[in-house]
Design a protein around this ligand. Structure first.
Ligand code: MN
Length: 234
């Protein structure tokens, strides 16, 4: 049986549930069975009992009150119903040691779920020359490099200490709390990936691997394959 992977979704201003099809395609491509979870869902614990893996997708900014900060002037749009649901899902899944992959916003949600914090606007809150992290190119092109930490799961997937990724964010992970550790940084020091030292598979990436999978980026495909492989053991 293919592992059942929950994919979180967005709730737009018209009340429509919405998620980019790329995420499901990447899960299918890697051998999993995707199921979209409606934003605002409340039976999170029951859902987690049935899922083999959880994919936290991209989207709006996490409400900073979730990490005990007040909103910065440059904070973007929020989706409070997603925050509540996704933080609960991330905690239930990791409590059961079921695999979680966080992408972009999902990577930040994962960090907050473990007690970490977020830079609400990197250009206002980080000093020095910060690279362009909200690329002007299509999301299926890589635009900046990242350095991968030696000995990490990500390094094994990449088979290299440096890869190129796409970048569509104005926020970034700030403080990272145990058992999460930083596993990749951009050349300006912005954190681009985290993983757990205490779980079978808990990873967050700031870039969008789902947009690179179809273009045969080996690391992105490997990331989804390892995620599905780990979910088979749930
Ligand atoms: Mn970036």
């Amino acid at each position: 049986m293919k592992p059942l992977i929950g994919i979180t979704s967005d709730l737009d201003e018209n009340g429509e549930i919405w998620v980019q099809a790329n995420y499901s395609r990447a899960i299918l491509e890697a051998g999993g069975l995707p199921v979209v979870l409606p934003a605002g869902l409340e039976d999170n614990e029951q859902v987690c009992d049935r899922l083999d893996g959880l994919l936290l997708t991209g989207g709006e900014d996490v409400n900073p009150l979730n990490y005990d900060e007040e909103p910065h002037q440059q904070l973007g749009e929020l989706s409070p119903e997603r925050d509540t649901m996704e933080l609960a899902l991330a905690r239930y899944m990791t409590d059961q040691d079921k695999p979680v992959l966080g992408i972009c916003r999902g990577h930040q949600v994962l960090n907050v779920a473990f007690g970490g914090t977020i830079y609400q606007h990197i250009y206002s809150q980080l000093s020095g020359e910060i690279l362009q992290h909200k690329q002007q190119a299509d999301r299926d092109f890589a635009t900046h490099s990242i350095d991968i930490v030696c000995g990490s799961k990500l390094e094994k997937m990449a088979g290299a200490s440096e890869i190129q990724v796409n970048s569509l964010h104005l926020q970034a992970v700030n403080k990272v709390n145990s058992p999460l550790v930083v596993t990749a940084v951009a050349k300006d020091g912005v954190i681009e990936a985290v993983e757990s030292k205490a779980h079978r598979f808990v990873m967050g990436v700031q870039w969008h691997p789902e947009a690179l999978v179809n273009y045969k980026d080996p690391t992105s495909l490997q990331l989804f394959k390892q995620f599905i492989e780990a979910s088979k053991k749930s």
